[in-house]
Design a protein around this ligand. Structure first.
Ligand code: CDP
Ligand code: MG
Length: 151
């Protein structure tokens, strides 16, 4: 069992219909270990997206993430990281619309930056991102629980 961090970005949190659809998709595909609305400050957003520091979209991205509440979830399933990322679809919405018209970014993304949701890209990033947004979450306890459920 794997865990990942899903983050629903601010423009989607303001859209009740989109939230309902995305949460339904999540509950059909994953176990939710924890979830909460979170106001991502500029500082938190800069830490979260530190790997993109210096890129031309960094300021635009970190300001957008600070523009209203986001919704964070810790998801669990087999191959969860890849599964959530394939439900998201390509990073760039204009590509998503052509490549996968029913993916989340295609349906609810508005632009390269406002691309609806985030998903961790590796086990290491998942743990790093979960520790930023859920500092109280104990990944070791989460994985022991998953092993018990598998047994
Ligand atoms: O989110 P993902 O891992 O698919 O893409 P990324 O390359 O790690 O980029 C992180 C985030 O930066 C994206 O989800 C977009 O919100 C934003 N971004 C942007 O604003 N403009 C770009 N040209 C590329 C990414
Ligand atoms: Mg990424």
């Amino acid at each position: 069992m794997e865990i990942t961090l899903a983050l629903i970005k601010p423009h989607v949190v303001r859209n009740t219909y989109a939230m309902q659809q995305i949460r339904a998709l999540i509950s059909q595909n994953f176990t939710v270990l924890d979830q909460k609305e979170v106001c991502i400050t500029k500082e938190l957003s800069e830490r979260f997206y530190a790997e993109h520091k210096g890129k031309y979209f960094y300021h635009r991205l970190t300001s957008f993430m600070n523009s209203g509440p986001s919704y964070a979830l810790i998801l669990q399933s087999e191959a969860c990281i890849q599964k959530w990322r394939s439900l998201l679809g390509p990073t760039k919405v204009f590509r998503a619309v052509y490549a996968d018209p029913n993916c989340i970014r295609s349906l609810y993304g508005l632009s390269d930056t406002r691309n609806a949701c985030h998903g961790s890209d590796s086990e290491e990033s998942a743990l790093r991102e979960i520790s930023i947004l859920f500092p109280e979450f104990d990944a070791a306890v989460g994985s022991r629980q998953a092993k018990r459920e598998e047994a």
